[in-house]
Design a protein around this ligand. Structure first.
Ligand code: HEM
Length: 179
């Protein structure tokens, strides 16, 4: 619910920065490990860590969505143009959608292929029957969606920097609501 408060709640701010750091790290690690040769001695150890943190992120994003739903949300500044408000809301929606779809596609790629997924050594229950075609589809999605997410994070960052440094009205500085 949108309110007159000037900042997001502390829990929302902690979740925002924790998830941001983990996602950027996971994109770097994912890109690095996927490019390693199969015979590399630690490739599949890195995969296991990537999967565990990915499952953690899925949990954190679900918690964040629930917290957001029940938290007071600061209204967007009045001074923003209609298209800026629309762009902001669209980017936020797409960020949430991709923060869910990226780990889900990663999980499904393994589960459809019949590979067990472990969360720091604890087996995560399988949800789907083995199906190599669908695993390939999930693999293709997981090979693209993280980079679309990265592009959106870039757009999100540019938007907040524009409001902080280029808008004349200092009320438009939306970054301080998340600090
Ligand atoms: C937000 C969470 C996640 C992010 C940001 C992320 C990001 C990435 C990226 C960027 C790649 C490299 C893609 C490429 O260049 O081909 C990758 C690969 C991979 N990810 Fe994730 N991932 C996440 C969650 C998961 C989860 C939950 C799993 C499985 C449970 C998973 C399993 C894998 C596997 C197995 C690969 C290697 C695919 C291959 O061998 O080509 N990921 N991930």
């Amino acid at each position: 619910m949108a309110t007159d408060r000037t900042k997001y709640t502390l829990l929302m701010r902690i979740l925002h920065w924790l998830i941001a750091v983990l996602i950027l790290g996971m994109i770097g690690v994912g890109w690095y490990m996927a490019g390693l040769p199969d015979e590399h001695p630690t490739k599949y150890d890195i995969y296991a860590i990537h999967k565990s943190i990915g499952i953690t992120l899925l949990g954190l994003v679900i918690i964040r969505l629930l917290v957001r739903f029940f938290s007071p949300i600061p209204k967007l500044p009045h001074d923003l143009a209609w298209w800026e408000k629309l762009l902001t809301k669209t980017v936020h929606f797409l960020l949430y959608a991709l923060m869910l779809l990226v780990p889900i596609s990663g999980y499904l790629m393994s589960d459809f292929a019949g590979f067990p997924v472990e969360w720091f050594g604890i087996e995560v229950p399988g949800l789907v029957d083995d199906d190599m075609d669908r695993s390939q589809g999930a693999l293709a999605a997981h090979g693209i969606l993280p980079y679309i997410l990265l592009g959106l994070i870039g757009l999100h960052l540019l938007g907040s920097l524009k409001h902080r440094f280029f808008d004349k009205n200092k009320d438009n500085d939306v970054l301080k609501r998340m600090l």
